[in-house]
Design a protein. Structure first.
Length: 401
């Protein structure tokens, strides 16, 4: 029992000595750090967001009437001229009739034919009556000259002619009415295939023309089919006249004003395109982010300011990266953002002085994507520690990694 206690005591003493030796060994070793220098240079504050190009004026061509749309000969990307015919609409074919409907229409046609026969007989009767009246008038004229009949009888004969002429006109009008009714009945009796073969191209089709010259952006209805009035057919626009829409966080949009400069990056072409803010929408909308967080977004509309020849490959609804410049300074003292941290509610950084880390509280101004503007607390050329670890503290010996 005594032997075990002695062994434990010696083991504990050995561990304590080893721990003290290790502490002295490693405490004297300076901490390896990454450093950077505070330097003067240009700095700018930007808001970065993904945007989408779009044609400024998109024309949606729709069907003016309900009808059968013929298959379009156009494709997406085709150029069209103003007033060019882009689609044709035919009247909708009547439905195929059942046996009873056909019999009813055939009976109506036969009834109209009979009515025409009656009207023709009435015209012949009125024509005969008019001829007889005119003959009576001629005889009355001779008798008046001989003073065999009175002038009143002569006037009666003349009146009879006018009455018979009116009856003839009435009979002729009734005949024309019956003939039109017969034509209507025969047209209703015709089958759809008969109608399409008897109507010419100019009589049956309505042309849909382009309101402006431009490029076909999207074809909504391409195949031949029946469309309702107002149904969209295709979209048309000028791909040279582009703008950019960017949905920003509402907190970022507050500090952006019309006229601010912007750069278009990662658009797929060479170089950076220049743009400027035209307007900020006055109303926002809710958008769910990829992480499922609801965000209030506001659309910003930008215009390209460079020559169109530099962006000929851009089209409608292309994705781009937009950097809007909120403010800039041509000559500002700045340090990397990685060197900054919060200390007692203020911004601070560690400087390197005589091989030791020294805590400095800083007064900062603008923040760019990588650097921060230093208004006070540092001088040009001083060395700061970037991404200081837990081992770095005020007065701790450090060395360049």
């Amino acid at each position: 029992m005594t032997m075990n206690v002695r062994t434990v005591a010696w083991t504990a003493a050995g561990l304590a000595v080893a721990a003290v030796a290790a502490w002295y060994l490693f405490a004297a070793e300076p901490v390896a750090v990454d450093t950077a220098q505070a330097a003067r240079g240009p700095i700018e504050v930007t808001v970065t967001a993904e945007g989408e190009t779009r044609v400024r004026e998109v024309y949606s061509i729709s069907a003016p009437i309900t009808g059968k749309l013929e298959r379009l000969d156009l494709h997406v990307g085709d150029k069209v001229a103003r007033a060019q015919r882009i689609a044709s609409l035919r009247p909708v074919d009547p439905p195929i009739r059942d046996v009873r409907s056909r019999m009813e229409l055939a009976a109506a046609t036969r009834a109209s034919e009979a009515a025409v026969g009656v009207a023709e007989a009435q015209v012949r009767q009125a024509t005969s009556a008019l001829g007889f009246a005119r003959a009576e008038f001629d005889r009355a004229s001779e008798l008046v000259k001989r003073k065999v009949i009175s002038q009143a009888a002569m006037d009666q004969a003349e009146l009879n002619i006018r009455v018979k002429e009116a009856e003839l006109k009435q009979a002729e009008a009734a005949l024309e009415l019956r003939r039109q009714e017969l034509a209507t009945a025969r047209a209703r009796e015709m089958e759809p295939l008969q109608l399409s073969s008897t109507v010419s191209e100019d009589q049956c089709c309505m042309a849909v023309t382009a309101p402006v010259a431009g490029t076909v952006l999207r074809i909504v209805t391409e195949s031949e089919q029946v469309v309702q009035a107002g149904a969209p057919i295709l979209e048309l626009g000028d791909t040279v006249d582009l703008e950019i829409v960017v949905d920003l966080l509402s907190t970022d949009a507050v500090g952006i004003e019309p006229g601010m400069a912007a750069r278009i990056e990662d658009w797929g072409g060479e170089g950076v395109l220049e743009a400027k803010v035209r307007r900020i929408d006055p109303a926002g909308f809710t958008k769910v982010s990829a992480l499922g967080i609801e965000e209030q977004r506001v659309n910003a509309i930008l215009d390209f300011t460079g020559p169109p020849e530099r962006r000929t490959s851009l089209g409608h609804a292309f994705k781009v990266l937009v950097r809007i410049v909120k403010s800039r300074a041509a000559d500002a003292l700045q340090v990397p953002i990685g060197a900054l941290f919060r200390h007692n509610g203020n911004w601070a950084a560690y400087t390197v002085e005589d091989g030791e880390a020294r805590l400095r509280e800083l007064d900062l101004g603008r923040f760019s994507m990588t650097h921060a503007e230093v208004l006070g607390g540092l001088s040009d050329g001083e060395t700061v520690i970037v991404h200081p670890g837990d081992q770095v503290g005020d007065g701790v010996a450090v060395r360049q990694r």
